[in-house]
Each structure stands twice: as C-alpha cells, then as structure tokens.
Design a protein around this ligand. Structure first.
Ligand code: ADP
Length: 481
C-alpha cells in the first residue's frame, strides 16, 4: 500500500514532542512491513545543513492562498527502503528560530503557515507521479487536508485517496480568527458548526474531525475520554457524532532509538539480565548534575514540556512535601517560565536533593531515563504519553495518573502486584501523587518486589511491529485493499 503521511514535525529533523517520534516510527514501521510510506513535513531552519544527502526535486509549485499565490520548492530524502521524506521549502514560513513559536509567543502567521502546508500536501497527493492509497494527516496543522481533498474532488479530482486524521492532543486545535478562513480558499459552505467553524472562529482540528474519512487518536482510553465533556475541549459533541469512525491506537515505541543495550547516549549499557549498568548510569548522572552520588538514594525523574497538561502544579506540591525524605529528583523540562520558576524555587529550598535543567536535550533525556529508579508523570490528561513507555523499557518504574495512554500502558502495583509495571493514582491532587511517591519508597525498600516490577516493565512490549497492524487495519478499511 502507498501511504502519504503529513506532519508538522518529524524526528530526527524537527521535534517539539511525541508527535515527531510517533510519525517517524509509524512511517518506518510501515516501510518495514513492505509498504511504501512517504512523509511530508516543512523544511525548517538547519535541516538541510544537517542532512546534506537530501536532493532538490525539480518541481516548483504555486498555490493560491486567499487572494495571493504562494510558491514553494520541494526537497526529498530517501531514509530507508520504502521510506521517503518530502520537505516543503518556503523560507518565509519555515526558516525561523522556532517551529511554532519564539520566546513563548506563537508566530502570528501560524494559520497561514499551516494552511499553506496542508495545501502543499494535497497538491503532492494529487500531482505526484507516485499515487498514495491513503493520506494520513496528524494534528491541527494537517487538519484542513480532508476538507481540501473534498473541495478538489468536487472540482473534478476523480477518486482521490481517503483521508485519516490522527489527534495527538485535542487541547491544541489551531483556532484562528474567522478572517483566516479566506486563506483556505475553501467554499463558504464548509464553514459551519458541523465543519470548520467553532463559535465563529476557524478551527483547523475541528475541520479535520468533520471531514476526515476516519479519525484515530493515540490510546483507547483517550478515544473514550475525548467524547466526554470533561476531556472533549469543546469538540466532544462532534466527536460523539463521529464515534463510529473513531478509534484509539496506543502509540508504539521506537526501540531502535529508545533502548538500553545499544545507545550512544548512555554512560553504560544494561539489560534486564544485567542491571549493574543501570547503577552506573545513576551514579554518573548524580555526579554530572551535582547531586550526591549515592546508589542507595531513590532517584526520581521527569522529562516534560512544562505545560499545564503535564501536572506541574501537583508535582511541585507533592515534591515540596516529599523531598524531606530520603530521595532525589531530577527534572529536564522546557516551557512556561512560571513553571520554571517553581522548580528553581524548589531547588533553592532543597539543595543537594534536586537538580533541574531547562531546555531541550535528547542525550540528557536518555540519561535520565536510564539513571532514575522512578519516573513521575502526573498528567492532568495524557493522550498517549511516550515517556512512561520509555521508562518501562529502561527499567525506571513509572508513577502515573490513570488517564489516557498512561492508564493503558501501565499495570498498577497495588491492583496487580505480580504483573505490576508501575504505580498509578487517580485523583488529580498533590496529596494523591505524594502518596504514590511514598508507595514508591516502600517498593524501593523491598528489593525482590522492585526487581519483579522492573523485570515486568522492561519486558513489556510496545513496539511498532505490533501497533502498525492496527493502522494498517484502518487503511484497509478505508481503501478496501
Ligand atoms: P508530549 O508529546 O505531550 O510532549 P510525550 O510523552 O508523548 O509528551 O512525548 C514527549 C517527547 O518529548 C519524549 O520523546 C520526551 O523524551 C521528549 N521531551 C520532552 N521534553 C523534553 C526535553 N526538555 N528535552 C528532551 N526531550 C524532551
């Protein structure tokens, strides 16, 4: 099957979160299964220099954007057998210091940038000599693709491929003033409450939900949650109406990147049968981050965007209660300056107990996963979450709030001590999280139980080899192939 994927970020070319990892791993898994996957993504600053093997395609396109015409060029890179990446080259939109924002301010022309991106994807789908059987867009940045396909179908595109939209996070919808709708050049009758309109505004994700032939999201529990008012972010009504075309598929992990045996980022490799390497990773990280290097102190960690969603407020509350006990905590995060201040203040209060690093650091992320005994992920909501699955593979027991993909991927110690892979709690409170940390300290004091939990965690399989079949089933349902 030929699958054209569209994503505004793609690892290792660009990344702000799990979306980039997921699309890269899905595309690779499809290619490994013998399908032909191609991914369209923007050519952001620095990518060309880092990947000199990419070639310019002899194809220049001019597309209408509102009243003007905008042109772009195309680059391509063959990554593996059956896997090609197309980069949309428009320096005005994409040659910038950030992907979506700079200095915590979203770019003012994000509507224009990603409407144009979506148009490029549809243009490629229609005019490439290679014909996709299905077009699979991701998140709001690709949300207008199904509507654009429908528009072209109405204007004479015969048998366009069916479209699938994956929602990675319903909280980000790409909502813009109604005036931005003119940039889509879509017919006026697509702008209504069952289409692209959201309280008089343009909502790119809503347009995707309304017009896509099929919708997926990244865990079964999140698929159920988003049809409720509590988690539906204003779109639960529409999602309920489309429930027959909505499934949740838990993301897989790219174990080629995220593993403990062959990983250039780690201080020392280790495996479920040889855990001494994990201790060395712990001691080295403690030293590197200026914490007392002591193997006997339980080390907790978090790697996260510092956003409301991630449960920063209850984490700060629980840590200030718990850091008086024998434990250490490391944080790698980037995001809201206000949350950064919160962690800095905590570090000031508990010297020698907590190390915080702000910014984006792939190597440090691997090192923290490898070094820690426990990983904290107390999200308010979590569509899938990748870090808890990385933690499992790294033998770092995840402590998670039972929501979305966190609930689907972790087996709780209290509920099922034998098969446990982590610790779960339900109430979104600092107290509930602190209680779970206390539970973790008890587990840490029971080497046999801890070893069992760790073994279960490291053996859990969230590989794409399994997950990819669920996506293929969706594509098959859509194409009848
Ligand atoms: P989300 O997509 O909501 O940010 P996920 O858990 O699904 O959350 O994915 C987060 C991804 O981003 C993981 O690969 C994680 O390691 C990475 N990540 C998040 N923050 C940082 C950071 N500051 N430095 C390095 N990697 C980070």
């Amino acid at each position: 099957m030929n699958i054209l994927l569209a994503s505004s970020e793609l690892f290792p070319f660009s990344k702000t979160g799990g979306l980039a990892d997921m699309v890269a791993a899905l595309a690779r898994a499809l290619a490994n299964e013998g399908h032909e996957a191609r991914v369209v993504t923007p050519l952001y600053r620095g990518i060309r220099e880092k990947f000199p093997a990419m070639r310019k395609v002899d194809w220049h396109f001019d597309l209408p954007l509102g009243a003007s015409w905008v042109s772009a060029e195309l680059w391509e890179l063959d990554v593996a057998r059956g896997l090609k990446i197309y980069f949309i080259d428009h320096p005005g939109y994409f040659d910038r210091a950030g992907i979506y924002q700079e200095n915590h301010f979203s770019y003012a022309d994000n509507a224009e940038r990603y409407i144009f991106f979506s148009k490029c994807v549809v243009h490629l789908a229609r005019y490439l000599p290679w014909r996709p059987d299905v077009i699979h867009g991701h998140d709001w940045q690709a949300g207008l693709i199904p509507a654009l396909i429908l528009q072209q179908k109405n204007a004479g595109w015969q048998n366009p491929p069916p479209s699938c939209l994956t929602i990675h996070n319903l909280a980000y919808q790409g909502v813009f003033p109604a005036a931005a709708y003119a940039l889509t050049n879509l017919p006026e009758d697509f702008f209504h409450t069952e289409g692209a309109e959201f309280f008089g505004l343009l909502n790119c994700l809503k347009a995707g939900i309304a017009f896509a032939d099929f919708i997926t999201t990244v865990s079964p529990r999140y698929a159920r949650e988003i049809t409720t008012e509590e988690y539906g972010c204003g779109l639960d009504g529409l999602l309920r109406r489309r429930q027959k075309q909505l499934v949740g598929i838990l993301n897989g992990v790219d174990y080629g990147e995220w593993n403990t045996t062959k990983n250039p980022h780690l201080f020392k490799p280790y495996s479920v049968g040889r855990l001494t390497g994990k201790e060395i990773n712990k001691l080295k990280l403690q030293k590197m981050l200026g914490l007392p290097a002591d193997e006997s102190v339980p080390l907790f960690g978090t790697i996260s965007r510092l956003a409301e969603q991630k449960g920063v407020d209850i984490q700060l509350g629980a840590l200030s209660e718990m850091l008086n006990t024998k434990m250490q905590f490391v944080l790698l995060g980037s995001g809201s300056p206000e949350f950064e201040r919160g962690y800095r203040e905590l570090a000031r209060q508990f010297p020698g107990k907590i190390a915080v690093r702000f910014g984006y650091d792939e190597t440090l992320a691997h090192r923290i996963e490898a070094a820690c005994d426990f990983f904290l992920m107390p999200s308010r909501f979590e569509p899938c979450g990748l870090n808890q699955m990385y933690s499992l593979r790294y033998g770092t027991i995840p402590i998670v709030r039972a929501t979305g993909g966190l609930d689907d991927s972790v087996v709780d110690w209290t509920q099922n001590p034998k098969l446990a892979t982590g610790i779960k709690f339900s109430d979104y409170t600092a107290r509930a999280l602190a209680k779970s940390i206390r539970k973790a300290l008890v587990l840490y004091g029971q080497p046999k139980l801890l070893a069992n939990c760790r073994r279960n965690a490291m053996r859990a399989d969230f590989s794409w080899e399994r997950t990819v079949h669920d996506y293929l089933a969706v594509y098959q349902r859509l194409t009848g192939v």
